[in-house]
Design a protein around this ligand. Structure first.
Ligand code: CTP
Length: 447
């Protein structure tokens, strides 16, 4: 019996796939089809796959062409599969020509002509494309623009920045260079806001009132009341309002949370998250309107995220200790916050005018988690025990600092695919509450 093996993602199964499977089957007597797992696809940079592994397997099954279906989970698995299953012929489409010649050592390799004029990528693009406008002047607009190219369905068309002099190269070529937010909103379905948080409330309101979807860098507002109003407005207008915190989209971060929740380090006793980035804040010392984001707005949401996700937002008390360099704008060059829970204490240290090791440590009754700097771009962490022989290391590829996955998530939410927000409303609310208290100088101490 001649055994044939082929692999693919088989997303949104189309006639190109079916023709390939038919011809693969005709090469022998028994066809094994390898369907790539979601994790493997993500690891090799294929982020836009629309259907889950189960849906894709079921689609291949329904063709009736596969005698056996296996899942492809890791780099190099093809060699293992060929040996294990006793494969005689390995085949794929001609788009891979030459790529799998190394398998000739194990079996015959056949490249079949690819069917012209159809691909999963094209089908994904045919789904509703969302045109996005950028609002703000942070340098990370460039990164956002660059990462959007990896996401099917996201099309960045324009930008609005209050200080046009700060425009930077990647966004300068965008077709729409708007002079007002209103002008930008004329041309887009959605906006990504990364302006100074003091403008967020007004800008989000304006976008939502015109039925545009909003992805806004956290914090979405500077008071809980305003935040409630914005989310209610989004709901009433059938729009997505998503709190943007790219760390939440790191696979390593997500897996780390799951491990801690499943008790791997015992009960969490203390957590310390540190985020700093030195900026030139000379102007912010005197200026009436902040030039840079202050420390608590720049880094507070990111640093609070893991604490609220693991310990909740129901802390007993908190103490906010800040070094304030401008009383009028309440610009903090550094802030440390301690959150006291019934059985744990957590702290964040954030600064744009102080430098420290940007690591995170979560200590438990059995072990601790250590995430090296910069922990907010997490792709690696360690679980450390008293006995170092028990230590475990974990690595998960992170592409585009999490921005890519964040844009993809936003697009899915806009396309109405029953996608839930990555950050619970309660957590966004907890973050905004702390920032509101800071601006009201509640639970605050100045140093
Ligand atoms: N294939 C084909 N003809 C097409 C599309 C795909 O013969 N028009 C073949 C590929 O060469 C591969 C298999 O079908 O051997 C599975 O391809 P897959 O990558 O899942 O599909 P694509 O449509 O190429 O997906 P994408 O656009 O995401 O690359």
């Amino acid at each position: 019996m001649k055994k044939v093996l082929t692999y693919g993602t088989f997303d949104l199964l189309h006639h190109g796939h079916i023709r390939l499977l038919e011809r693969a089957k005709a090469l022998g007597d028994y066809l094994v089809v390898g369907v790539t797992s979601d994790t493997f696809d993500r690891a090799r940079g294929k982020l836009n796959v629309q259907q889950s592994l189960m849906e894709r397997i079921n689609n291949v099954k329904r063709t009736g062409l596969a005698d056996q279906i296996i899942v492809e989970e890791y780099e190099g698995q093809k060699i293992d599969d060929i040996k294990r299953l006793g494969i005689d012929i390995f085949t794929v489409g001609s788009d891979w020509k030459g790529h799998f010649d190394y398998l000739k050592e194990y079996c015959q390799v056949v490249y079949l002509d690819r069917t012209a004029g159809i691909s999963s990528t094209e089908l994904r693009c045919e789904r509703q494309e969302i045109s996005i406008g950028l609002v703000g002047e942070a340098s990370s607009l460039n990164k956002f623009e660059r990462e959007s190219h990896y996401v099917n369905g996201a099309n960045i068309v324009g930008v609005y920045a209050q200080h046009t002099t700060q425009f930077n190269e990647a966004v300068m070529h965008l077709p729409i260079q708007a002079h007002s937010l209103d002008e930008l909103l004329d041309h887009v379905d959605a906006v990504y806001i990364i302006s100074n948080p003091i403008y967020h409330y007004e800008q989000i309101r304006q976008a939502l009132s015109r039925h545009k979807h909003v992805l806004c860098e956290s914090p979405v507002a500077l008071s809980v009341k305003q935040m409630h109003e914005l989310f209610q407005m989004a709901k009433d207008n059938h729009c997505v309002l998503m709190d943007a915190l790219r760390t939440a989209h790191s696979t390593a971060f997500h897996r780390m949370l799951l491990l801690v929740k499943s008790g791997i380090i015992g009960d969490v006793v203390t957590m310390d998250a540190v985020c700093t980035s030195l900026l030139d804040i000379e102007e912010d010392k005197k200026s009436d309107t902040a030039k840079n984001w202050n420390s608590i707005c720049s880094w507070g949401p990111t640093a609070m995220l893991p604490i609220f996700q693991l310990l909740g937002t129901d802390y007993r008390e908190k103490k906010i200790v800040s070094r304030i360099i401008n009383e009028k704008t309440l610009f903090d060059s550094f802030t440390k916050i301690s959150f006291i829970y019934p059985h744990a204490v957590a702290s964040i240290k954030v600064g744009v005018g102080a430098k420290s090791e940007g690591q995170m440590v979560i200590s438990g009754t059995k072990a601790y988690i250590w995430v090296p700097a910069p922990w907010w771009k997490m792709d690696y962490f360690e679980v450390k025990y008293e006995d170092p022989n028990e230590n475990h290391r974990f690595f998960y590829q992170l592409d585009g600092e999490g921005i890519r996955a964040e844009i993809l998530h936003f697009i899915k939410m806009v396309q109405n695919e029953n996608t839930l927000p990555t950050i619970d409303y309660q957590i966004s609310e907890g973050i905004v509450k702390v920032i509101e208290d800071y601006y009201q100088q509640k639970d605050c101490v100045k140093i």
